[in-house]
Each structure stands twice: as C-alpha cells, then as structure tokens.
Design a protein around this ligand. Structure first.
Ligand code: GLC
Length: 799
C-alpha cells in the first residue's frame, strides 16, 4: 500500500552546487544546479541583504519595513573566485560563498568569523498552503549572546530561548509568554567583543531559535515567503542598532507635549468626569499633558462617533481641556460595526474596503461593538479613505492624538484571537492571505491614522500610538506594551520590554504604568512611576475594573512621590527632547541596556535591570516590595549619585540606598544635563533660564541640548537650536566650550550652571577669554553661576 507521496518524504531541501555567478552593480547572483538563486546586495561596506529563491525566480520585491531614506553606498566591492568558493570583499568585511553548498561565512578583514551558516538556507515545501517554509541555520559562536526582538517579555539575553513572531492580543500576559503584540524579527548577536545584527524581513509567522534546540546552532524560519534577511556588522552594538534603525526608519520629532505625562483609564466618562480628573491634576499641582478617551466616548463603540449622552459637546470639552493645557487623545479601533445606518460602515461597504474571506464574503468577527467588518489597511486606497475619516475628530473637534488599539487584529470569542488565515489582503498590490498580512495589519492601520492625523493637525505635529506593530512602525507611531498586570513581576517585564524595544528600532515606547489589569498597591505604583518617568512614553493606564489609578488614588505619601517624579520628568524635558532628536537624526536608541553601553565588559551581558536613559543617566528601578535599596551593577566609569553627589567608581555591583522616595539614579562624570523649570504642562511657562547640571570630570566629556519651537515644522527650515558642549576638567580648572547650530532663538537669555563635584574653589572666571568680575556671574557659594547663553568658551579656575 502506498500511503505517502514522494513529496511527503522530501523533508528539508537544500541548495546544491553553484553553476552560475553574475554581478549586476551592487547585486551578486549565485545560481545552483537545482535552481536556487542567492542574491546578495551590498548596501554598505558593513550591511548586506541576502535573498534566496528556490525555483530560479524571485517574487516581486516589496517590503513594508524598509524606510525610503535608508542610507546606501559602499567604498569597495570585489569578488574573487577560487576552486571551492567565491570571496566577496568590501572595505569592512569578507563573505565566503561555498561553491558546493551555497553556505556563507562572514568575517572581518582580519579573518575573525562573525557569522557563519550551519546548514545555511534550506526549505520545506508547504503542501497545505503552497510555497515553502523557508529556513536558515547558523553556527552559534563561542559564548555568543543574543538581544533584540521587540517586546519579548523574557530575559534580555535570548541565549537558550526560542521565540516567535505573530502579533497577538495577549491580555494579562505573563513573563516568558510569547508571542505578544509586536513582530520585530531583528536580533543582535555578540561574541568576541563584536556584534552583528540580522533582520529577517518576512511578515509570515517567524520563529527564532537561539541555541535552544541545539547548543551550537541558531536558526530562524518562516511559514512562507522568502528567506530574505539583512546582515549588519558592528563591531559595536550601537552600530548594529543604528544600521537596523536606519534601514527601517525613525519618526519625525513629536510635539514636545507628548513627552510630558499622560493619564488614561478605560474609561473616563462622562464629560464631567474627564474635566474633574483634569482639574484634580491642576489642583494638586501634578503636571500632566495628555488625557485619554477610551472606547466609551463612542456611540455603541462605533469609531468616529460620539456618545452624545456622555459627551454632549465634545468640541467644547476638548477646548476647555485645552485651555487648561490638556491635549485630548481618542481611541480608534479597526473593527467597524456592521450596521447599515452607520456611515463609516456604509462607505467602506460601498467602496469594497473590507477584508474578505477566501471565498468572497467580508471577514466578520466580534470586537467591542459586536459583529464587525475590518478595513483592509494593506490597500493604499483604504488607507487614504481611513486617513480622511479623521477630519472631524482632529480638525473640528480638536483631538490632538489618536490611539489605535486591537489592531493585531484582535477578534473576540475565537481561539486564534484573530482573523482566519484564508482572509485576503491587497498588500499594496501583492494580493495574499492573512498568513502574510497578519503581522503588518496593525502597522498599516497606524500608518493610515498617522497620515490622517498629520494632515489635519498641520501646521502642528501629529501624535499616534498603536498596540500592534511590525518593524518600521516607528516611522508613523509610538507604542505601548499592551495589557500588563499590576504585579512586581510586571514592573520587571516593563523594564526589560522597553529596553528591548529601544534597541529594536522603536524608542517611543512605554508601559501602562501601575499595570492595566488588577490594582497596584501604592508602593508598587510609586515604584512604577519612578521607572515610567524614565521611559520615552510615560502614561498611566488601567482597565478601571479594580479601582482608581490616578496619582492621588493611594495615600498622600504616594501622591507626593508621584508628583516629585513627574516634576523631575518635566525638568528633564530638554534632555528627553535631545534624546528624541538624536533618535530621529542619528538612529540612537533613547534607552540603552548596559550591554549596549559597554559590550566589552562581560558583566553587562546578562544584566536586565539597569539601563542608560539617553547618554548619561544610569537608572535602576527598585522591583521589590519593602526595599530600602538594592544591589545593582554600576557600569565602568565614574558616576555621581544623582541624589547625594557621591562619586563612585563603576565596574562592580553595589548596594544603593533607595527608600520608597528614591530610585537609584546616577549621572556620568563630565555630563551636562539640561533642565527646565517645573511646569504643569509643556508651554505653561516661558523658560527664562536654562539650567545645566554640570558634573565635574578630570578629563573630557561631550553633551548637547536640542531645542526648537516644540511643535510645528519650522525646525525643518533650520529653526532649531543645537548646543554642543565640550567639557574639559583639570585639577584646578574647568573649561566649557559651546558650539551652537541652528537659527532658533530660545526664550531665555541666560544659562545657569550648577556645578557638582568641583574639586577647587572658584576664584577666576573668563568668558570668551575675557576675565569677568565674580558679581557678573552671580556666583552662589562654589556651586552655581549664571552666564549669557551666547558664550563660546567658559573658563573657571581656582585653588
Ligand atoms: C484593550 C487595550 C486597552 C484598552 C481596552 C479598551 O484591552 O489594550 O488599553 O483600554 O482595550 O479599549
């Protein structure tokens, strides 16, 4: 009896010997006798793309992830041939392509292997859906560590783990649960002090095995599509992250208010309640910029409608909030209620904008409004229509930001939590099933939202936040980590997730502070705020089922602690804004895990808790109840304890005192940290003086401060101010040089420098090489002076 076809026994298929090589400018093509084609594109001397076709031809090349402004250009590209291999040489790397197996090996110019194929590319035919399961296996190098991969709620070092990418609505997820809301198939490998990165740009479900199944093998594979990955060489993790972020893009600068504090809940309604919450912030003098309307503002959860009983005059409410400095953000989900009397539904239906099942009917699924259809956001025409829907919300009512949720897409009451796989998508003119479009659906929704919000907010800047995301989503939107839980473990998870997201290209990210599900104790809430103010996006949000979660919902001690940390965030706005500027301009992640800060120090390879906020501030949250402090690793270098100015030498673990009102916080020596005065919301007060906290160093350190109009696009015409500082300290003197770029004129005339750790008593001050009387700089004790903002050279000395 024959029960198996020949195909069923084929199993893994492999390329065999190379029979043809062709070069077309920066693209190199290797063809094997069994019809496999490997296309290697040299993007830069240290960045390549590898693409494999199995039947001689490639599918049309299309990606949602890649940014149009990705930089390309190399200095050298030579190909040599030997009896056994092809050798590709750039100014930084060598790639060997084995003639018998098509396996590759990448090494630096000294010959140190950075990455090499084990089995290399192989595949399995997919009988159920057609196409292939495409696979790649690599040799895990000695003591190799792995990082990245987006929102994985697991140890920052992925060695020994297997993870997969299928964006999923994972309410109250737990530690190690996978997959979650994001699909970011990008990882960093680190061994022998050098790092590389791999971005597997394939939107099907992808899996990554980091020496989990076999100790010496790292592999990744996808349920369909092409083996198509980018390789970036460091040797610094910073360079790898920079290359990946450059390839997948960064956002434009957001309005500065989005870096303030945001308060949310499911849901604040009716109108009076929203106004009451806002007033309470002002009464208690707790700074806040953003207030959120969750699904209950809508009429029967129909997007782009208002519940007129709860919100009789939304425009007036939004205006009242605005008068008090609040910006209103409203939620919009993808599910459109099936209702013939609902205009959004009718328009989409009439224009054929909804996703369809394989055999033709519209995709139906239950979400908050009940039975819904879902726009196909992978269709450009649908995106344009969707963008247009925001006109009333933004241009007329005055909503300042849009929150896209449930866009995994989430479907209720089905075990898969999402669309069936046969659902069809346009995929920008490359029609496909949900297997391929699932992971990008949410990003394309956020993209359409971004286009609309941007258009109707102009000349101001837009703000969008999404739950689901695929690589590249950061070009359009910020994000949060979804439905977490009010537990200490989730505080740990949030810390790891935000660091991981930042080195995975998506820096504008935060967690639901305090936890979405369940209710935190006052202590947990305070500890979470202490961490949350150091995340790029800072919002309290909760399900509302288990009580209140406003800063004043606990006791007075907690309220005071929360206020003081939110105030600190507002003081640090120029620092945070400068971090954001560097992210957008230089692809630098806003938050850096310690391994990113100092990869050569092997102590950092398995650290999870400590991170660098921006360039020069070291943060380590307290993640346990009843703590009076904690042990933490201080990375190499010299640091100032932010609270006490105590100077400590890093490169070791230390016990750091931190009662409930303190989070361990350190500043790198030599740093110049800019501060604004406390404001109740961004723009409340005109900044009359820029404060610079100057941390003395015997040596050189650079810092910078970026400023502009805080909203709008004038900065693109040069109206920004970039102050670059070089601090040089010696035993008896300190020199600060300032180089200013851009034509923006800041509101303040003077800069107040607060000195920390000066080892001498100031007796002489020269500004731009001219000695000035001490009275002219308002010297206070030995610790602060006030100088004109235009100085270029400040020289203080003493004994
Ligand atoms: C989802 C979101 C959550 C939101 C809720 C109601 O659970 O993740 O943030 O509050 O839906 O819209």
């Amino acid at each position: 009896m024959i029960t198996n076809t020949e195909l069923e026994y084929k199993g893994n298929l492999y390329p065999n010997d190379i029979v043809d090589f062709r070069r077309d400018a920066e693209k190199l093509y290797f063809t094997t006798s069994n019809g496999v084609v490997l296309e290697i594109s040299v993007l830069r001397d240290s960045a390549f793309r590898f693409r494999y076709a199995t039947e001689n031809i490639f599918e049309p090349d299309f990606s949602y992830a890649i940014s149009e402004s990705a930089s390309i250009g190399y200095n050298k590209l030579e190909v040599e041939e030997t009896v056994t291999e092809y050798l590709i040489i750039t100014a930084k790397l060598k790639i060997l392509v084995d003639k018998r197996t098509l396996r590759i090996q990448i090494s630096d110019l000294e010959g140190t292997i950075i990455n090499e194929d084990e089995l290399g590319f192989h595949w399995e035919e997919n009988y159920q859906f057609g196409g292939n399961t495409v696979k790649m296996s690599k040799i895990t190098q000695n003591a190799e560590s792995f990082y990245g991969m987006g929102d994985k709620a697991t140890h920052s070092n992925l060695k020994g783990k297997r993870v997969n990418n299928w964006v999923t609505d994972q309410y109250a997820f737990s530690k190690d649960q996978d997959p979650l809301y994001k699909a970011i198939p990008f990882y960093i490998g680190l061994h022998n002090n050098s790092a590389y990165g791999i971005f597997f740009d394939n939107t099907f479900r992808t899996q990554f095995d980091f020496a989990h199944e076999r100790r010496n093998v790292t592999s990744f594979w996808a349920d369909g599509g092409e083996m198509n990955y980018y390789f970036f060489y460091g040797p610094k993790i910073a360079e790898v992250v920079n290359s990946y972020t450059d390839l997948t893009g960064t956002p434009e600068l957001p309005p500065m208010w989005t870096l303030g504090f945001h308060q949310s809940k499911w849901s604040y309604y009716p109108e009076n309640r929203v106004l009451e919450i806002a007033k309470k912030f002002r009464d208690l003098r707790i700074p806040c910029d953003g207030i959120y309307l969750d699904i209950d503002y809508m009429e029967g959860f129909r997007c782009f409608t208002w519940n007129k009983e709860y919100f009789p005059d939304p425009k007036k409410m939004v205006q009242d909030l605005k008068n008090d400095g609040f910006k209103t953000i409203a939620i919009i989900d993808p599910g459109i209620r099936i209702d013939k009397d609902y205009w959004v539904y009718q328009e989409a239906k009439d224009n054929d904008y909804f996703c369809k099942r394989g055999d033709g009917p519209a995709m139906r699924g239950k979400v908050w409004p009940g039975e819904c259809n879902f726009p196909d956001f992978t269709n450009p025409e649908v995106r344009e229509w969707w963008a247009g829907l925001y006109k009333e919300l933004i241009a007329e009512i005055g909503i300042k930001g849009v929150w896209n949720d449930m866009n995994e897409p989430a479907v209720m009451e089905v075990p898969t939590k999402t669309f069936p796989l046969d659902v069809r998508h346009d995929y920008d003119g490359h029609p496909c099933s949900h297997r391929k479009a699932h992971n990008v659906y949410g990003t394309q929704m956020a993209r359409a939202t971004y286009e609309g919000v941007k258009k109707f907010s102009f000349p101001k800047r837009p703000f969008v936040i999404t739950r689901a995301a695929y690589s590249g989503a950061q070009r359009y939107t910020s994000t949060w980590t979804g439905d977490n839980v009010a537990t200490w473990e989730h505080l740990w998870i949030a810390n790891v997730q935000i660091q991981r997201m930042c080195i995975s290209g998506m820096s504008f990210v935060g967690s639901d502070i305090g936890g979405f599900a369940e209710q935190p104790s006052g202590e947990l809430f305070a500890r979470w705020i202490q961490l949350g103010v150091f995340h790029p996006f800072c919002r309290v949000h909760s399900s509302g089922d288990h009580g209140d979660q406003e800063p004043w919902s606990f006791d007075d001690e907690v309220t005071d602690i929360v206020r003081s940390y939110i105030e600190l965030r507002y003081q640090l706005l120029p620092y945070l804004y400068t971090m954001f500027y560097r992210y957008t301009k230089e692809n630098v992640p806003m938050i850096k895990p310690l391994v990113h800060f100092d990869q050569e120090d092997h102590q950092t390879h398995f650290r999870t808790d400590e991170f660098i906020f921006g360039e020069q501030i070291l943060v380590c949250p307290v993640q346990e109840p009843n703590a009076q402090g904690r042990r933490m690793y201080i990375p190499r270098g010299t640091w100032y304890n932010y609270w006490t100015d105590e100077v400590i030498l890093g490169g070791m673990e230390k016990w750091v005192v931190a009662g409930l009102e303190k989070i361990p916080l350190f500043v790198k020596e030599g740093a110049m940290i800019p501060k604004y005065p406390v404001q109740q919301y961004v723009g409340e007060v005109e900044v009359k003086e820029l404060i610079m906290e100057v941390y003395y160093k015997n040596g050189v350190e650079r810092s910078s401060v970026y400023e502009d109009g805080q909203d709008g696009y004038d900065y693109k015409k040069g109206r920004f101010s970039l102050r670059n500082y070089k601090l040089t300290g010696r035993e008896n003197e300190l020199i600060i040089q300032q180089y200013k770029g851009g034509s923006y004129i800041s509101s303040y005339e003077t800069i107040k420098l607060n000195f920390h750790g000066l080892p001498f008593t100031i007796d002489t001050i020269e500004i731009d090489h001219v000695q000035v009387p001490i009275e002219a700089v308002q010297l206070e004790g030995n610790s602060s002076i006030v100088v004109d903002k235009g100085f270029t050279n400040l020289h203080i000395s003493g004994f």
